[in-house]
Design a protein around this ligand. Structure first.
Ligand code: PRP
Length: 217
């Protein structure tokens, strides 16, 4: 057994639950993470693994600085944070889309409205899409949730947000106008750990890849 711990940061919530199920099925002792505990760090002594429960937006930070060797988080967070790390594996769960959404009436006006106001929890992704890819000048309004309210109340003309089932849009009279990119959970790795712990990390990545493949069938 190795004497150094490998530390993995999991994005709190549904992604962490699915991740824990994968680690449990690979024989890791992390079931306590699924209980109603307030603990944030869990140790599997036998396998020399530590699991951290982290806010999604902080997972890339822990991994970039090496406080965690690995992390599991949505691609939306990785794109928004723009951290210096390796994206190793598409885990295939947590699938959804980043989209430009708004009232149907905005479809025609999307490219011609100057100073388009775009509300989003993801200002970097929104800016990269409109300014970088489409060369359209926009004003970004950063929000922290319930983003669908913005076009309804006149705070913005459109939003850039995650669409999963489409229910939130539908129930608020909005629609997908353009797709920015597909999203899913990703395994990310610290650049130094990838070199220093390459054997263990490669084995772990290959075990996770195989398990995710089995679960898909
Ligand atoms: C997310 C997202 C959308 C919704 C999409 O919000 O920002 O609002 O889920 O899911 P749907 O297409 O299945 O309806 P979240 O539930 O995280 O809440 P928030 O608005 O407070 O961020």
């Amino acid at each position: 057994m190795p004497d150094k711990y490998l530390t993995i940061a999991l994005a709190k919530g549904r992604l962490a639950e699915l991740s824990v199920e994968i680690f449990m099925s690979l024989g890791y002792d992390c079931a306590e993470m699924l209980t109603k505990t307030r603990k944030l760090i869990f140790t599997d002594e036998k396998n020399k693994m530590k699991f951290l429960l982290v806010k999604a937006g902080d997972v890339p930070t822990y991994v970039e600085y090496g406080a965690a060797d690995l992390g599991i988080v949505g691609r939306d967070t990785i794109l928004e944070e723009g951290r210096n790390l390796y994206e190793m594996l598409d885990l295939g769960f947590g699938r959804c889309r980043m989209c430009v959404c708004g009232p149907e009436s905005m479809r025609e006006k999307l490219s011609s409205t100057s100073g388009l106001r775009v509300a989003s929890k993801y200002p970097a992704i929104a800016r990269d899409y409109f300014t970088g890819k489409k060369n359209i000048n926009i004003e970004i309004i950063k929000l922290n949730g319930s983003v669908e309210l913005a076009p309804i109340t006149g705070l913005s003309e459109v939003i850039v947000d995650i669409v999963e089932s489409g229910k939130t849009l539908e129930e608020n009279g909005l629609t997908v106008l353009e797709e920015v990119c597909p999203l899913s959970a990703r395994l990310i790795v610290n650049r130094v750990s990838a070199k220093m712990e390459s054997g263990r990390i490669k084995k772990l990545v290959s075990d996770i890849r195989q398990k995710v493949g089995e679960l898909k069938q």
